[in-house]
Design a protein around this ligand. Structure first.
Ligand SMILES: Cc1cc2nc3c(=O)[nH]c(=O)nc-3n(C[C@H](O)[C@H](O)[C@H](O)COP(=O)(O)O)c2cc1C
Ligand code: SF4
Ligand code: SF4
Length: 255
């Protein structure tokens, strides 16, 4: 069983790729959370996987919270793996997942990262399409290697691009991001909005409600997955002035 979280499709595409290769079903963490589903049963020899994007050199809080609430039933200790997708470096994110799983009595056997196009338009401009295609091609090769390692049930096997200063970024910057970088107040909608309601539908946090034809952000903080801003067909969602002229990114599987 592969649990995944995804704002713009990179982690979904990775989870789906692994699901096809390994014959494991996939479960959307955002949907499961909104339905308050926490109880899962693993069959004999079934593997357990977590696929997620990197937010400020850590897993999304929604993924860690899901693991905390998880009520997993399994006859034996399942072979367990984590795969993160990132724009460049994952820091010590896999350690954060490992700690959360350990508290549930589950050992993380292997961990991997896949570099994919960066969707953090609050900071960076989206890369040109040709570059995105190049990155995604390389990502597919990485996924093949990951699927092979998981099929072999490699243990104590970690292939994660941590980057420089990983410990500092994960232990110091990540908590700052959670405190200040996930506020919804800067979100606003421009007159380009066509009232299609897609932002409300794709929000991973149940945070957006349509009101008089335009989205309203109903929580003070959210997952900051940027699905709303990246997937809006009219690029009508902005985050303060920071997402202006940055372009928008969606993985081809969700276009
Ligand atoms: C709030 C936020 C923070 C991010 N922080 C990082 C980071 O620390 N390191 C990194 O390499 N990529 C970072 N990214 C980029 C995403 O991890 C990357 O694009 C990921 O593949 C997106 O996955 P998704 O399409 O499944 O949502 C960040 C993206 C967002 C939205
Ligand atoms: S996705 Fe964009 S166009 Fe559609 S309702 Fe939301 S803001 Fe408006
Ligand atoms: S409001 Fe936007 S950024 Fe926040 S969780 Fe929902 S879709 Fe993601």
């Amino acid at each position: 069983m592969i649990f995944y979280f995804s704002g713009t499709g990179n982690s979904y595409a990775t989870a789906q790729f692994l699901s096809d290769k390994l014959g494991e079903p996939i479960v959307d963490i955002a949907q499961a959370t909104q339905r308050n589903e926490t109880e899962y049963f693993l069959g004999e020899n079934e593997k357990l996987g977590f696929v997620f994007p990197i937010y400020a050199w850590a897993p999304p809080k929604a993924v860690v919270d899901f693991v905390k609430r998880l009520n997993l039933h399994s006859e034996e200790q399942p072979y367990t793996f984590g795969v993160c997708t990132c724009g460049g470096s994952a820091g010590n994110a896999m350690d954060v997942l490992e700690d959360a799983l350990k508290k549930k009595g589950i050992a993380l056997d292997s961990g991997f990262s896949v570099v994919m196009p960066d969707n953090y338009i609050v900071m960076f401009k989206v890369k040109p399409l040709a570059k995105q295609e190049e990155i995604l091609e390389e990502a597919n090769e990485t996924m093949e290697r990951i699927a092979w390692a998981i099929e072999q049930e490699k243990r104590d096997f970690f292939r994660v691009k941590r980057g420089k200063g990983a410990a500092f970024l994960t232990t110091v910057i990540y908590p700052l991001f959670l405190r200040g970088g996930t506020k919804t107040k800067p979100f606003h909608v421009t007159s380009d909005c066509i009232s299609c309601g897609l932002c409300e539908k794709v929000c991973t946090d149940g945070c957006i409600q349509m009101y008089k034809g335009v989205p309203r952000w109903m929580k003070e903080k959210c997952n900051m997955c940027l699905a709303c801003a990246n997937r809006c067909p009219k690029e009508a969602i902005q985050y303060g002035k920071r997402t202006k002229e940055k372009g928008r990114y969606i993985h081809p599987c969700w276009k």
